[in-house]
Design a protein around this ligand. Structure first.
Ligand SMILES: Cc1cc2nc3c(=O)[nH]c(=O)nc-3n(C[C@H](O)[C@H](O)[C@H](O)COP(=O)(O)OP(=O)(O)OC[C@H]3O[C@@H](n4cnc5c(N)ncnc54)[C@H](O)[C@@H]3O)c2cc1C
Length: 226
């Protein structure tokens, strides 16, 4: 499975930083970290979302499929940025890692079909290389299931929004796994992050009290039933 590395540029104490920034505008004592922390908690409780945007998260996401990263890129609130492994300069003719979905993995026949398809792509990439086709062209064959790596930067508000969509049972399974990995890494980063993840990251039905999805998993009643 994939791996997330939280980079040192990530805000260590997000709640305190929120309070320190808000304090500037409230004429507060921003030198006192305890007051900053309490003020940060007030901002969060009052849902002053803009203050969450000062909290920076920089990380490397490695070994997730190009497909799930394509979905990751849809979360554009707050103008996040990222770099992704090149399909021109990396030599995939040597072979590429790919994700095998659990449903495929547990069925021996399905696994064989899936592996054969991936091996076939690799064989074609090598053949095209021998024919002198540039890598930027043969890269068109690379599958969405191939593993990729990105360096990503976004703010806390974006991640809170992301949790609403991607902790939903209806979200794509690999994204839910990825988000679980993200929660685990951020919780380990500092005590304040542990609190933030436990209290702010949740699926949208936990916020509204009902399900907004057309096909509900049944965890909460549908909006109309509610
Ligand atoms: C079950 C499920 C199925 C899905 N299926 C598909 C699919 O088939 N195809 C597909 O493309 N996507 C699909 N998605 C992804 C989904 O449609 C969104 O693209 C994704 O959730 C990111 O958008 P967002 O608004 O949640 O997040 P962000 O873009 O990060 O936005 C967060 C919040 O910021 C604000 N915001 C962001 N941009 C603007 C703006 N321009 N103007 C004003 N306010 C803004 C809004 O309040 C928004 O709610 C699916 C998601 C789920 C959970």
């Amino acid at each position: 499975m994939g791996r997330i590395t939280v980079l040192p540029e990530t805000t260590k104490n997000p709640i305190t930083l929120i309070g320190r920034r808000a304090g500037v505008c409230w004429g507060g004592d921003v030198e006192d970290e305890e007051k900053n922390y309490r003020r940060g908690m007030d901002c969060i409780a009052s849902n002053h979302g803009r203050t969450l945007e000062y909290v920076n998260v920089e990380m490397i996401l490695d070994g997730y499929s190009a497909r799930v990263i394509r979905e990751w890129y849809t979360h554009i609130g707050g103008a996040p940025t990222r770099l992704q492994s090149s399909t021109r300069y990396i030599n995939y003719q040597k072979g590429f890692d790919y994700i095998t979905p659990p449903e495929v993995w547990k069925d021996a026949r399905a696994r064989e079909v899936y592996t054969r398809a991936m091996d076939g792509i690799l064989a074609s990439l090598k053949e095209l290389e021998e024919l002198g086709i540039p890598r930027e062209d043969s890269a068109m064959l690379l599958p969405l299931g191939m593993a990729t790596r990105i360096v990503d930067r976004r703010n806390l508000r974006n991640l809170v929004d992301m949790s609403r969509q991607r902790m939903c049972t209806r979200a794509y399974w690999e994204y839910r796994e990825l988000f679980k990995d993200l929660c685990q890494e951020l919780k380990a980063y500092s005590k304040e992050w542990d609190w933030v993840v436990n209290h702010l990251f949740m699926p949208k039905c936990d916020v509204s009290g009902y399900c907004t999805e057309k096909k509900s998993c049944g965890r909460k009643p549908k909006a109309e039933e509610e």
